[in-house]
Write a protein that binds this ligand. Sequence first.
Ligand code: GUN
Length: 287
Amino acid sequence: MIIDGKQAAAQLRVAIAQGVTALKESKGITPSLTVVLVGEDPASQVYVRNKAKQTTEVGMISNEIRLPVSCSQAELLSQLSSLNNDPSVHGILVQLPLPKHIDESVVISAIRPEKDVDGFHAMNSGRLLNGESGALVPCTPQGCIILAKQHLGDDLSGKHAVVIGRSNIVGKPVALLLLQENCTVTIAHSRTKNLAQVCQQADILIAAVGRAEFVQADWVKKGATVIDVGINRIEDAVTGKMKLVGDVDYAAVSDVCGAITPVPGGVGPMTIACLLKNTLEAAKLYG
Ligand code: GUN
């Protein structure tokens, strides 16, 4: 079975749009999201354009701040300080990656946790770790859980989840969310020994390594749910054209697994939908 992330994201956006309308009516608050883009990375520009379009489509206010690649860290921090202090801004997202001369961790720490719709600030990751309420949770991991539940139902208790990848953006937070869902969680990474055997244990396999078609069919248990977080651009062996593929060998793994998210059209669309969900949440909690 193919888990359709495009459809799940569209469904989530309908619910968010209803939430936005309700918040406008009950409190007179229109959620607003400001995206800060430094430099001209083409992939980032595409993301930012999509974010802006979908933000307005659900009835929120979308703002964009574009800074030149030469922008200093101090200038960026000063911009963030204004946004932190502007009560009309509910969500702030600084598009990553940032140019080399800017320290990402300093920038992330400078965003007010209540407006950190990426959920990357230590206050939010700490709240997630401790299982406290009020955390803004990273978007891609939230999307992974929604898609896994789409196939498995709401109760993931006792399932063995294997996460390949330990990034702060996906691997670590998705592992914590799976633990919160009462899964038995293994985090595998580049130094894991016998990776194939580890993955074979998985009822839920989350691939977030950033290596094209890395996960092979014989690593996957029959009937497993496979969530592919990868977005890799490679040349098609037949046509010679560039194409997007995930971290999973989709064609081969599809024959073994119970369900799989495609790339594109799987986790990707869910990330932006969850960003809108976080913006609505921030506006509701702190607006
Ligand atoms: N660049 C790629 N993915 C992301 C994301 O989820 N958040 C931010 N801020 N930048 C990204």
